[in-house]
Design a protein. Structure first.
Length: 256
């Protein structure tokens, strides 16, 4: 067990060493995109919307934008990033000649996207804190946990896509028909109680809508325990199922 964690986290360390070489360039889109969205929608459109569920539109928008960072960070890292390391750089082929096996490679990548997603969510949250959109600073550790809960299943979705695509261009299809709809239909931009019932049921099978629910509770400092008791087990279950599916598919891909 100790050797498993040691070898898995050696992948995390390797990915971090590569990532930090262009650290500013790597984090700039992650921070800039939510900030620009807040400027365009929160400030621009928000000036025409008085309140949403009793709060300003900026306050409503903030938690969803923060947690969506985990979706994009983990998906792109475990799809494009993993695919490049596997296909073009042959990183995993080299690793498999060492004591590191498929099990350690898979979980090392999962741990990496979980940690990266949670840190990126924290970074965006800190920016939103500067704008006065985070109610209680004592809740900041909870937003890290929310980011991790969302990044793991979303990262598993990316790994599933990696195992199924035949070339790197096909990720655009996955993004267009799965990731983009999750972003726009998970209660980030409008309350989910205004969503079509059938659509809401479909979205509940995916992680982001539950992450948004958790982030809203943490940002607004309302019903936090209830939110974690409801959305938390769902995200854990989704993570387990998606990671199980992803592991089986990635194992076949790596040893083929």
């Amino acid at each position: 067990m100790i050797s498993f964690f040691k070898m898995s986290f050696s992948l995390v360390a390797r990915n971090w060493l590569v990532y930090r070489k262009d650290f500013i360039a790597n984090i700039s889109p992650t921070i800039a995109d939510p900030a620009l969205t807040m400027l365009a929608l929160g400030v621009g459109l928000g000036s025409y919307v008085q309140t949403v569920e009793g709060i300003s539109y900026q306050q409503f928008l903030a938690p969803g934008l923060a947690v969506a960072t985990a979706l994009f960070t983990s998906f792109f890292e475990s799809s494009y990033g993993f695919y490049v390391r596997m296909t073009y750089e042959n990183i995993f082929k080299a690793m498999l000649t060492t004591p590191i096996g498929v099990h350690e490679i898979f979980w090392g990548e999962v741990f990496w996207v979980g940690l990266k997603g949670s840190v990126m969510v924290l970074g965006v949250t800190l920016v939103l804190c500067c704008l006065g959109l985070f109610e209680n600073l004592y809740n900041l550790p909870l937003i890290i946990l929310v980011g991790f809960f969302v990044a793991i299943p979303c990262g598993a979705l990316g790994l599933i896509a990696t195992a199924l695509v035949h070339n790197i261009n096909q990720f655009q299809t996955v993004y267009s028909f799965i990731i983009a709809p999750l972003y726009f239909l998970s209660g980030i931009f409008y309350p989910i109680n205004q969503m079509n019932t059938v659509l809401k049921v479909i979205m509940s099978f995916f992680p982001l809508i539950h992450g948004v629910g958790l982030a809203q509770a943490v940002f607004w400092n309302k019903n936090i325990l209830d939110a974690f008791l409801y959305h938390g087990p769902v995200l854990v279950f989704q993570s387990a199922v998606l990671c199980w599916l992803a592991y089986g598919l990635i194992k076949k891909k790596l040893i083929s």
